[in-house]
Design a protein around this ligand. Structure first.
Ligand SMILES: NC(=O)c1ccc[n+]([C@@H]2O[C@H](COP(=O)([O-])OP(=O)(O)OC[C@H]3O[C@@H](n4cnc5c(N)ncnc54)[C@H](OP(=O)(O)O)[C@@H]3O)[C@@H](O)[C@H]2O)c1
Length: 307
């Protein structure tokens, strides 16, 4: 009996040591993939702000040419000018101005086909995403907003991926990174941002399943599920110790791209927060989030009604 218990104890200690060592290796030691091996161009959706823009800079620093997609042409042009200013003319940039909220499968597919004609696309980052401006109960969402959230957070990734994947299959290589979120991957529920979290759970399931489908075609598919990052999406939360600067996240994000980690949390501090939450604190964190979001909702309503 005693031998059995010590055996199990020894086995779980070894397992723990192994998983900790693997975490350290992946976070800090493992070499990044040379993303140019997949192809010379990367597509990034939602690349004029926040994570998408930071990723555009980071990928340009690795020598990748960029196809930048967002809805506002002047913001696309000024982002391209900033990238050229930093990296010179060696980085080629093509802009595709497209509002994912107002485009269906036909418009998205045709914009992609025209936009990437003749380009060696190696990497696709499905980054575009929106959330509700303040916490809301499910029944309070306007139907139009629900439709927008589904179009931007779910359908955009479907149609862009569907347009890009045949080219990758043909050349038998490619990488796709879908930006998910800790709101579905770290905590087991995310009240008052329910639709957002559910749309991000879709990204995780999509990635995991098509990752297996296209493995034999040499296409590496991954869902990155970060926690809070300093972008305009989360300005309501103010600043706090849990929020990671967007440039730091984008560096880690690129280091993980292409590796065989179907769902990952690339920044070490997020990953630690995730580990602690999932191991001991899920209930507590959800209760805390619910309380905080209820307060934010109340404040937003008071501000709206001028009270
Ligand atoms: N920030 C976080 O804490 C966090 C955490 C986890 C996951 N994420 C995910 O990361 C992704 C990027 O978030 P972010 O914080 O970087 O957001 P962001 O700062 O609001 O940037 C979103 C980008 O998407 C573009 N965009 C928005 N709506 C669009 C539409 N209808 N059609 C085309 N482009 C559109 C925006 O362009 P405009 O400038 O024209 O609006 C902008 O370039 C999202 O999928 C988000 O869910 C964010």
């Amino acid at each position: 009996m005693l031998v059995g218990v010590s055996g199990i104890g020894f086995f779980s200690l070894c397992y723990r040591l192994f998983t900790n060592a693997r975490w350290i290796y992946k976070m800090f030691i493992r070499s990044p993939k040379n993303l140019r091996d997949y192809g010379l161009w990367a597509i990034i959706t939602g690349s004029t702000d926040g994570i998408g823009k930071a990723l555009a800079f980071e990928l340009a620093s690795k020598g990748l040419n960029l196809v930048c997609m967002a809805r506002n042409l002047s913001k696309l042009e000024s982002t391209a000018a900033e990238i050229r200013h930093k990296f010179g003319q060696r980085i080629k940039i093509r802009n595709i101005a497209l509002d994912f909220d107002k485009s269906g499968p036909t418009e998205i597919s045709s914009a992609i086909h025209h936009g990437i004609q003749g380009l060696d696309i190696g990497l696709l980052v499905n980054n575009v995403g929106i959330t509700n401006s303040h916490p809301k109960f499910f029944h309070e969402f306007e139907p139009e907003f629900i439709e927008s959230m589904v179009r931007v957070n779910v359908e955009a990734a479907i149609w862009v991926t569907r347009a890009v994947i045949p080219g990758m299959m043909k050349k038998k290589k490619g990488a796709i990174v879908n930006i998910g979120s800790g709101s579905s991957a770290t905590v087991s529920s995310y009240p008052l941002f329910t639709l957002y979290a559910a749309s991000k759970a879709f990204m995780a399931t999509l990635s995991r399943s098509i990752g297996l489908e296209y493995q034999s075609f040499g296409i590496d598919i991954q869902c990155q599920a970060p926690l809070y990052i300093s972008t305009k999406m989360i300005t309501e939360l103010g600043t706090n110790i849990l929020i990671v600067p967007v440039e730091a996240f984008s560096k880690s994000s690129v280091r993980w791209m292409g590796h065989n980690d179907p769902i990952c949390c690339p920044f070490w501090w997020h990953s630690l927060q995730s580990y602690i939450t999932q191991s001991f604190l899920d209930d507590l964190v959800i209760k805390y989030l619910f309380k905080t979001f209820l307060r934010m909702r109340r404040e937003a309503l008071e501000e709206k009604t001028g009270r």
